[in-house]
Write a protein that binds this ligand. Structure first.
Ligand code: FCB
Length: 449
């Protein structure tokens, strides 16, 4: 993997790392934080692969100075973190908990001191449990609560956060949280989960307005995308591809970019009220793209409740999560966004990309992760190729800075550039960290058009 051969990136390209609150902070009961749906879910037997929770996670709440130092040493120009809504509003409504905001203020100021742009996601899936108790995102009121919460955070940090991201992956939150029940809050409503899409998008639009009233910083959303491949070539397989593409790639992006909801899925749209689509289509400054892998689908079996079946994509190396490694899918996806949305597409930042491998320290305590280097190298080349194809991509964030608590997988999946020994909380930069530091330093020495 020669760094010298890595193609150069445009001047001002943003190099970053991503994390989220519940996955790294720990301190679940500290400084007035209220319970979130993930505390409840993780406490439910059988929900998490190793029976763990994010109660301590990487203890980032207390160790953030060390983690900022790791980022400064890595040379990133930005850090994407999320704000835990239950720290700011322990019951999801009402006055702010000042101690919760104080933590994020310490974090943001610590980043700025080291020349790192704070990029704040407002919702990365950790809804206050009190809001779930009134219906969560099935309840339209949650969209209004989200805008109030956005206002409280922007009131404190609006002068220092450099990029705001309203929601993280509303598709994954809807589909795994409310569609299949694999994630919190653990509801299995299949297509009856559609109001969760609409209320998240409405909350996004209302939060954009709240943020604009407090700050001139750019505003984005981070969506998960996946190129869809047919597992067969019958007309029914191709129809399944179209249906899954409408669900995964268009359900959130079409309305955000002014095209309304895709109609093919036949959702009951009674949750959509007059004026909502205009709120949702508020102009965005950046589109956050989270990319991991393509998805293969085939026609559903007769009698299936869904119009497609998801199947393993054949013919690719796989990560420890069993996800296929397909960097060309990222170039394809960026080209698809560019082609489909044209002039309506804002500049893109890759807000997440990365891989899980079973990286463990060797006898000398070093952690070698050549598979991660190969993954990141190939995906960065795909980004560069997409830029050459004419797509405006202005940043790339690796998921993740640290090994962390991977939702229903608990601590069994390691995505970090930095290894975390959970019992001691010792951080050990992996070889991918050293590699990325060289890539960033080389890119900043020789920026290109
Ligand atoms: C994304 C999530 C992130 C992490 C990665 C592996 O879907 O946004 O929190 O779990 O996957």
């Amino acid at each position: 993997m020669s760094i010298a051969a890595m193609p150069s990136f445009p001047t001002g390209f943003r190099w970053g790392v991503s994390t989220s609150a519940y996955q790294i902070e720990g301190a679940a009961g500290t400084d007035g934080r209220g319970p979130s749906i993930w505390d409840t879910f993780a406490d439910t037997p059988g929900r998490i692969a190793d029976g763990s929770s994010g109660e301590i996670a990487c203890d980032h709440y207390h160790r953030y100075p060390e983690d900022i130092a790791l980022m400064a040493d890595l040379g990133v120009s930005a850090y994407r973190f999320s704000v835990a809504w239950p720290r700011v509003q322990p019951t999801g409504s009402g006055a702010a908990n000042p101690a919760g905001l104080d933590f994020y203020e310490r974090l943001v100021d610590g980043l700025l001191d080291r020349g790192i742009d704070p990029v704040a996601t407002l919702f990365h899936w950790d809804l206050p449990q009190a809001l779930e108790d009134t219906g969560g995102w099935l309840n339209r009121d949650t969209a209004d609560r989200f805008a109030e919460y956005a206002d409280l955070v922007a009131d404190r940090l609006g002068d220092r956060v450099r990029l705001w991201i309203t929601l993280n992956e509303p598709f994954i939150h809807m589909s795994l949280g409310y569609g299949t029940g694999e994630h919190a809050p653990g509801r299995a409503l299949l297509f009856d989960a559609f109001p969760v899409a609409h209320h998240q998008l409405l909350g996004h639009g209302l939060a954009v307005a709240a943020l604009r009233a407090r700050t001139a910083a750019p505003v984005a959303i981070a969506n998960n995308y996946s190129p869809i491949r047919p597992a067969g070539d019958t007309p029914a397989d191709l129809a399944a591809v179209a249906a899954y593409e409408a669900l995964h790639n268009r359900l959130f992006t079409d309305p955000l970019l002014g095209r309304g909801y895709p109609t093919e899925l036949g959702f009951d749209q009674s949750a959509v009220r007059d004026g909502d689509l205009a709120v949702i289509a508020a102009p965005l400054d950046v589109l956050g793209v989270n990319y991991y892998n393509p998805t293969a689908v085939r026609a559903a079996e007769p009698g299936s409740p869904l119009p497609f079946d998801l199947v393993p994509l054949q013919g690719y190396p796989r990560t420890a999560f069993d996800w296929p490694v397909a960097p060309e899918g990222l170039r394809e996806l960026l080209g698809w966004l560019h082609g489909r949305y044209g002039a309506d597409l804002p500049p893109i930042q890759i807000t997440e990309n990365g891989c899980a491998y079973d990286d463990l320290p060797d006898a000398d305590g070093r952690v070698h992760d050549p598979d991660r280097i190969a993954y990141l190298d190939s995906h960065l080349r795909a980004v560069r190729a997409a830029i050459d194809d004419g797509v405006e991509v202005t940043g790339y964030f690796v998921w993740s800075l640290l090994d962390n608590w991977e939702w229903a997988e608990g601590f069994t999946k390691r995505f970090g550039l930095v290894h975390v020994d959970y019992p001691t909380q010792r951080r050990t930069p992996k070889s991918s960290y050293a590699w990325l530091r060289e890539v960033i330093a080389a890119a900043e020495r020789t920026p290109a058009r």
